[in-house]
Every structure is written in structure tokens, then in C-alpha cells.
Design a protein around this ligand. Structure first.
Ligand code: ADP
Length: 430
């Protein structure tokens, strides 16, 4: 990405761009247990570790909670009795609709569901649960056990299959196995999150440590070139120039990473602020027109004067616009054009940054908002970048409650469409 110069300068001093089941179907004694009641780039600062990064689920799910969905009351009571005795807390539901509603709320580790039920059958329950919880261990029970039903249940997302009639021991064993599997999945997820967090903290720390010496080296080189003007051999001037370009790339990466870390840290944008977009766009276009890359480009700006201010502070919005305009310049072609237009649409301020540049192959589009992702084509191989600019844009827009979309045609150009909420009339930062 190309960063907005005035926003960069204070940063680094350089201007570079998250039952008894036995006989279930026959006769058995029933003990009724009482039902348990359902119950512009702001300069990143050194921050404490990113505690809010990838926050771990606030209230941990109850590990020994089982939901049983079965239209057969005797079966529900039997499962409840067996599992309660085994130390589980059991909630039972007579139909899929009520069960799913509760599952959504409590996300238990374990679900026991009958396949054959009126209204919503077990397959439909499983499919619905899988949409909001990929990890829940689901055990299906049925009186009509066939290999096909078992295979179908597994395909739909069940973890295991228990044909009727079954013994209390069989039910306990399958539930215990399911719980263990669920626990292992959760543990693996927790470890992965911790590892990612440690890595991020480490990179952030190293980035901070590296920034100052890199800035110093760059400044020494600037001074050397300036004070020894005319005295250095051409080759030396070329090498120093190349070194400076590499330093600028490193500083840009550090800058982007620190900015992203700060946004990930939460509460970065001032959501109460109200900022007009027009002056921001004007400033950024003015700065970026000066870039050598922009020399042959036509940049059109069409922002109506009566456009209402948007939610967010100037710094966040500058960073967003500067990344999008910077990319439109960077990935353009000589003689190309850029248009920046904004309209009020259904209560949202819509900002479109369109360019006639190299475009993005369709297969890369789903990955554009992933950290460090860069399109790798012959056309992009010599274009410097960090693969963090669009991630930063996405995080800012998300934090502000808006959206960002991209459409592109290879060889034709790219358009980024950002929708931002209109600000409530309060303080203006523009
Ligand atoms: P970078 O620092 O690499 O530009 P970004 O996150 O800003 O990182 O962009 C990610 C990738 O998306 C870029 O490497 C580039 O390939 C592609 N891209 C972004 N904007 C454009 C654009 N306007 N035109 C073509 N490709 C773009």
C-alpha cells in the first residue's frame, strides 16, 4: 500500500506509502427425575500485549451438558436418567425446532438426536446445527438402523450412530467418546489461538525494536547523499539509492504491521466522531498526485458537497482512503485513470474507488483481505507492497460498522466499494 505522507511523517520520519435402553422399544421402568430448569495513519504506539486479539469465548461452554431431541417421551426420559446418573446435565426437547433454538443459545458439546421425528427430522436438525456449530458432537439414534441411514447421518455431520435398542452402557460410552472428541477439538483451537497470539506479539515487539534503527540508518543515508553531493561515484549513489528503497519497504511493512496490531487491539477508531469524507479524499489525492507513479494518471474526484459526514475519526478514515487510492495508483498502468466517487445510498455513504489498472485475476479475489496476501503475477512481481493494506481497510470498515467489496476484471481494472454509516450528528473531526 502507499501511505499518506503527512500521516506517515510523524511516524517514522519517512514519506513512504482476528435407559436403560435395553428394551427401549419394549417395556421398562421409568423413574421421573425433576427437570432441571432450562436456565490517516495514526502512529501506532507501543501497546501492552494484544489481549483482545482473537478473544477466547467469554463464558466457557458447560463441558458435561447434553441436549436430547426426541419426539418419544420415554426415550427422552431414559436418556436423561442414564446421563444424569453419569454426571451429565441433560436438557430434553420433543421437537427439532425447540431443540435448535436452545442449541443456538447454549452451544452444548453434545447432542443426541432421533432421526425419525415429525416436522423436522434428525438429518435436518444436524444440517441446521452444523451451520452455527461445526464442533458439537452429534450422536444419532434410530429404531430403523441401516448402514445407509448411518452413512447419511455421518455425511450430514453426525459424529456417531446408536441403533435402538441400546444399553445404558452403550449410551454412556458413546457420549463419553463424543465429549472427549469435542474437548480435544476445543483444546487444539485454544492452543492454535495462543500460538497465533504469541507469534503476533513477538512480531509486534520485533517491529518496534527494528523501527528506530531503520529510521536512523535511512536518515544517515539521506544525510550522506545530501552532504556528499557530487563527490560520490555514480555507482555508490546508485547503491545508496537501492539501500534506501529497501529500507523504505521494511519501514512500510513495520508501519503496516503496527497499524494492524493497533486496530486488532480494539477501540481504535473513534466511533462517536463524525467526519466529512470530501476533505480527506482531497488531501490524499493532493499528496498522492505528487508520487512519481501518479504522474501519467488522471484522477477524478466526485464527492457531492452535501454528502453527510460519516461515522469515524479522520485518522481511521484517512488510512482507509489512502490505502485504496494508493493501490489504485500503484496497480495502474501508464496513462490510466482513477475515479473516486461518493453517493448517499439507503442511508449509507457509498465510496467507490475505481481504476483502469492491471485488475485482479478472479481466483485471487476471495483472498484479498487475508494478511500478507499479495497477487503473484508477472505484472505484480516488481510492485512493492506488504499485503496488509486491504486487511487494514477491512478492519477499519468493520469497526466502523460498514462494508467493503471488490470487483475486478483482469487487464481492465478494479473497483473497491466501501459503505460507511452516516454519522450521528455529534462532534466533527474533519
Ligand atoms: P499491498 O501492500 O501488496 O498492495 P494490499 O493489501 O493493499 O497489499 O493489497 C493486496 C493485494 O491486492 C495486492 O498485492 C494486489 O495484488 C491486489 N490489489 C489491491 N488493490 C488493487 C488494485 N486497485 N488493482 C489491482 N490489484 C490490487
Amino acid at each position: 500500500m502507499i501511505l499518506n505522507k503527512p500521516l506517515l511523517e510523524p511516524a517514522a520520519g519517512v514519506a513512504q506509502p482476528r435407559q436403560a435402553a435395553t428394551g427401549v422399544d419394549s417395556r421398562f421402568d421409568c423413574t421421573l427425575y425433576p427437570r432441571v430448569q432450562n436456565r490517516g495513519i495514526r502512529q501506532p504506539e507501543v501497546r501492552p500485549p494484544m489481549a483482545s486479539l482473537n478473544p477466547i469465548q467469554a463464558s466457557p461452554p458447560e463441558e458435561k451438558l447434553v441436549v436430547v431431541i426426541d419426539d418419544d417421551e420415554i426415550m427422552r426420559l431414559s436418556c436423561e436418567q442414564i446421563l444424569t446418573k453419569a454426571g451429565y446435565r441433560v436438557e430434553t426437547f420433543a421437537n427439532g425446532h425447540d431443540g435448535i433454538r436452545r442449541l443456538r443459545e447454549i452451544r452444548p458439546p453434545l447432542l443426541v438426536v432421533d432421526i425419525k421425528m415429525p416436522e423436522l427430522n434428525g438429518f435436518e436438525v444436524i444440517r441446521s446445527v452444523r451451520q452455527f456449530d461445526p464442533d458439537m458432537a452429534i450422536v444419532v439414534i434410530t429404531g430403523y438402523a441401516t448402514i445407509e441411514t448411518a452413512v447419511d447421518a455421518m455425511k450430514a455431520g453426525a459424529y456417531d450412530f446408536l441403533p435402538k435398542p441400546f444399553t445404558p452402557g452403550e449410551l454412556r460410552m458413546i457420549i463419553e467418546r463424543g465429549r472427549e472428541r469435542w474437548r480435544l477439538i476445543k483444546e487444539a483451537q485454544r492452543l492454535r489461538r495462543e500460538k497465533e497470539e504469541v507469534e503476533r506479539r513477538f512480531i509486534t515487539l520485533v517491529s518496534h525494536q527494528l523501527k528506530s534503527p531503520l529510521v536512523a540508518v535511512k536518515q544517515y543515508l539521506d544525510v550522506m547523499l545530501f552532504s556528499l553531493q557530487g563527490q560520490l561515484p555514480d555507482k555508490a549513489v546508485e547503491w545508496v539509492g537501492r539501500s534506501q528503497a529497501r529500507l523504505v519497504e521494511m519501514l512500510t511493512l513495520i508501519q503496516d504491521w503496527l497499524a494492524l496490531s493497533k486496530i486488532e487491539g480494539g477501540s481504535w477508531s473513534d466511533l462517536a466522531a463524525s467526519t466529512p469524507l470530501a476533505p480527506i479524499v482531497a488531501d490524499i489525492v493532493q499528496d498522492q498526485r505528487l508520487l512519481p507513479l501518479a504522474a501519467s494518471l488522471t484522477i477524478d474526484v466526485a464527492l457531492p458537497a452535501d454528502l453527510p459526514p460519516v461515522r469515524g475519526d479522520r485518522v481511521s478514515l484517512s488510512m482507509l482512503v489512502s490505502n485504496l487510492v494508493g493501490n489504485a495508483i500503484k496497480y495502474n498502468r501508464p496513462g490510466g485513470s482513477i475515479s473516486i466517487a461518493s453517493t448517499l445510498e439507503n442511508g449509507w455513504v457509498k465510496l467507490v474507488v475505481r481504476d483502469t489498472g492491471i485488475g485482479i485475476p478472479q481466483e485471487y479475489i476471495p483472498h484479498l483481505f487475508q494478511e500478507f496476501f499479495r497477487v503473484k503475477t508477472p505484472e505484480t512481481q516488481d510492485i512493492p507492497g506488504t499485503g496488509l493494506g486491504l486487511v487494514i481497510c477491512k478492519r477499519i470498515v468493520t469497526e466502523l460498522g460498514g462494508s467493503i467489496e471488490v470487483s475486478s476484471e483482469e487487464g481492465q481494472g478494479t473497483a473497491f466499494v466501501v459503505r460507511l454509516p452516516v454519522a450521528e450528528m455529534k462532534k466533527e473531526t474533519g
